[in-house]
Design a protein around this ligand. Structure first.
Ligand SMILES: [Zn+2]
Length: 295
């Protein structure tokens, strides 16, 4: 199992950090968790092609977690011949309606899909790629997930749990994936959640939203809906995670010297490996061991 961070940022535009997105290679499957703006470009930079993506799990439907979904759907379909299975999509309530409103008969891209399935310019390109007419529209297998559900793949299993974020307007899910190689948990966007800590118990790698420096914002809405660095450390400690990856990182934490101070504060609470996520970083499942020599 290989874990690559595609996007470690927030909704705030950034050239350094794309919005939320993570990639897991498990057996023959390429599994994405969230696909926020910029993550599709990072997928290409990671050496992957959209037709290789087999599964997508969405934590919630804030645009910083799903804006590149439509780019993935359209390019994956457009680059496919008849031998590429449809994308399997899992997400909270609203995922099916959003998909329909993007690529359904009345969807935003219906004219594009009409042209690409009917005009010779596109149908010939499709046939040259090995496709057989008539060319069908994209038809991803979309499943809406509720808290506590388990989804079985080939050699892996994903479980979900509801996490506190912006309910009742959006449902938000945290996920855990287990495989023979190791385990991975992703908080989605959430405030401190014992339910997520229980889901993530003993996990090898926990990716958790670390949105701000604890104490720099106040009020129930912030403290219950998003996590700061001290809350993240407490959740990782409660779960007994082997490695904590801080992601969804706001620019206040990227100033020189700040993360070093925050890491020390987190390490006083949590004794596992602490990694500050960066786009395109590959996460070692069992933490890194320093090389014996300097080079
Ligand atoms: Zn977010």
């Amino acid at each position: 199992m290989k874990i690559t961070l595609l996007g470690t940022g927030t909704p705030v535009p950034s050239g350094r950090r794309m919005s939320a997105g993570y990639m897991l290679e498990v057996g023959e499957d390429l599994i994405l968790f969230d696909h926020g703006p910029g993550c599709f470009q990072r997928l290409l930079e990671a050496g992957k092609w959209p037709t290789q993506v087999s599964h997508l799990f969405l934590s919630h439907l804030h645009y910083d977690h799903c804006l590149d979904y439509v780019r993935l759907l359209l390019t994956r379909w457009d680059q496919s011949d008849d031998n590429v299975p449809e994308l399997s999509v899992f997400g909270p309530a609203g995922t099916a309606a959003m998909t329909e409103r993007l690529i359904g008969p009345e969807g935003a891209f219906t004219l594009d899909l009409e042209a690409r399935t009917r005009h010779e310019l596109s149908t010939q390109t499709y046939q040259l790629r090995g496709g057989v007419m008539p060319r069908e529209r994209p038809a991803p297998a979309v499943s809406e997930v509720s808290s506590g559900e388990a989804i079985a793949g080939t050699g892996w299993q994903v479980r979900s749990v509801a996490v506190p974020h912006v309910q009742p307007y959006l449902e938000c899910l945290g996920y855990r994936l287990d495989s023979d190689d190791g385990s991975f948990a992703f908080s989605g966007d959430c405030g401190p959640s014992n339910a997520f800590a229980r889901l993530a118990e003993g996990v090898d790698v926990m990716v958790h939203m670390c949105h701000y420096i604890s104490g720099t914002v106040t009020g129930a809405a912030w403290e219950e809906s998003v996590a700061g660095h001290l809350e993240v450390a407490r959740i990782a400690a409660e779960a007994g995670a082997g490695t904590l990856v801080a992601s969804h990182i706001a620019s206040q934490m990227d100033a020189p010297g700040i993360k070093e101070r925050l890491t020390a504060e987190m390490a006083a609470i949590y004794d596992g490996n602490i990694i500050w996520g960066e786009d395109l970083m590959t996460i070692p499942l069992a933490g890194s061991t320093p090389a014996a020599h300097i080079g």
